[in-house]
Design a protein around this ligand. Structure first.
Ligand code: EPZ
Length: 420
């Protein structure tokens, strides 16, 4: 199992290219199951979760050809199996995203029931209720969700009780091939949902309103192949911006969509960063200043993203003042704070709020985290800490950050991967 060894205390400087978005690429890859024609997906990030999704498509019978430029050709004509096995679903919850497409195209699907995970219980009840409203017959047997709609799904008017990204994506994909019109109300407005909708539209789907809370889908009888380029990763972009700000450095991020990180940029300006924005680039300059503490409360898009919460907690640990960080999306997503306290941070937890009293510096320590963004926040803490930090269980980071140590090294960080 690998770890990252970081010798902190150096301001980061330089320029970086942002990778394709994991959380857009995963539903898009699942969406390729909706057609028997060939789709070509470009700008896929090189990540474990993407490999797992490709493995899952392969196990369903899909033909895959990978090119050397982060592109993949998906041939959906050879699908011969509609069962997503436990072995893959347990390693990646996003496997549930094949349920809607398989059911819509083949009239049946079996997906191992995803369990809870480190950040919360993460039920999928809203995915299932929505599919039932579209006429699916769903049972849970032997740990598997078994869904059937032999005559095809039919359009429905569905109000999601909670804003759910994956639920919206699953139902959006299912509705593209349903008979008649589907309306999804209280839909997630995340840019990744919009990217998926644009991909489906490129395949011939009839979708209006993606990016708003009401999405309307007119079902069609079949979708066709297309070429599609995945959007840039706004969470990766935000993570590097916070890392640079925390170290007092300066960075130019390229290949990014600044409007996707608007609220993150507002918070970084509040923390003292000078930020300028071009159509597809962001420059951040902290000019050696110590950040000021900022308050954040997570919420669905366009609110402050839960996937950026841990990184801002890390920023607050060395900021001037006291920052309150409130997590409202997942029940158990402040877990990284205990590890940060081991590095000399002063974080008190009150319910779903972390009260972070900034310290002039942190001290390096061996740490580990049990989810992706928490691991990234420990890397940020290691970059600002004096001495050596070893972040263990690095496989979490490899699920969501492409070549993190190389990207940070290119900004001047002293970080290297250890295998032991
Ligand atoms: C997506 O997860 C992302 N994953 C997560 O990113 C992200 O944190 C999350 O959206 C919120 O933005 C992918 O896109 C692959 P949800 P998802 O359904 O779709 C509750 C990362 O670090 N809920 O929007 O699983 C749920 O428990 C990851 O990259 C139900 O109650 O999240 C949670 O409290 C982690 N019933 C809330 O909704 C349901 O049926 C939001 O979850 C579904 C969800």
């Amino acid at each position: 199992m690998g770890s990252l060894l970081i010798r902190g205390g150096r301001p980061l400087h330089g320029r970086l290219k942002v990778s394709g978005a994991k959380n857009a690429a995963l539903p898009i890859l699942a969406g390729t199951l909706l057609t028997q024609e060939v789709t070509r997906i470009h700008n896929l990030p090189h990540l474990h979760d993407i490999t797992t999704m490709m493995e899952l498509l392969g196990c369903l019978g899909v033909g895959l050809t990978v090119d050397e430029r982060l592109g993949i050709e998906v041939d959906g004509s050879s699908v011969n199996n509609v069962r997503a096995p436990y072995e893959l679903v347990k390693t990646m919850r996003a496997s549930i995203l094949v349920l809607g497409p398989l059911l819509a195209r083949f009239g049946e699907a079996e997906v191992s029931f995803p369990g809870g995970c480190a950040i919360g219980s993460r039920p999928v009840d809203l995915h299932l209720k929505g599919l039932e409203a579209m006429g699916a017959d769903i049972t849970v047997e032997d740990g598997y969700i078994k869904a059937k709609a032999p005559g095809g799904l039919r359009g429905a008017d569905i109000t999601l009780e909670t804003v759910t990204v994956g639920g919206t994506e699953n139902l959006l994909m299912a509705a593209t091939l349903a008979h008649g019109k589907t309306v999804l109300r209280n839909a997630a407005r995340e840019p990744e949902v919009v990217d998926l909708a644009q991909f489906l539209i490129a395949m011939g789907a009839k979708i209006a309103g993606a990016g708003s809370s009401t999405i309307e889908i007119e079902g069609v009888s079949a979708l066709h192949g297309c070429d599609y380029t995945v959007m840039p990763d706004r969470i990766e972009a935000g993570t590097y911006l916070v890392a640079v700000a925390a170290t007092g450095g300066k960075v130019r991020l390229e290949g990014v969509i600044p409007s996707h990180v608007a609220i993150v940029l507002d918070k970084l300006r509040e923390a003292g960063a000078d930020i300028s924005v071009e159509s597809d680039a962001i420059e951040l300059d902290m000019a050696g200043r110590r950040p000021s503490a900022v308050a954040v409360t997570t919420a669905p898009y366009p609110g402050f993203p839960t996937d950026m919460q841990a990184q801002f907690t890390a920023l607050n640990t060395i900021a001037e003042g006291v920052g309150r960080v409130t997590e409202t999306v997942f029940e158990n997503r402040l877990i990284q704070t205990h590890e940060m306290n081991r590095m000399g941070a002063d974080i008190q937890i009150e319910g779903n709020t972390a009260i972070v009293t900034g310290r002039p510096t942190l001290r390096g320590a061996p740490v580990m985290a049990s989810d992706l963004r928490a691991s990234a926040s420990l890397v940020i803490a290691g970059l600002v800490a004096s001495g050596e930090t070893v972040v263990d269980r690095i496989y979490h980071i490899d699920r969501g950050y492409e070549c993190i140590e190389e990207k940070l090294q290119s900004l001047g960080a002293d970080i290297r991967r250890q295998t032991h």
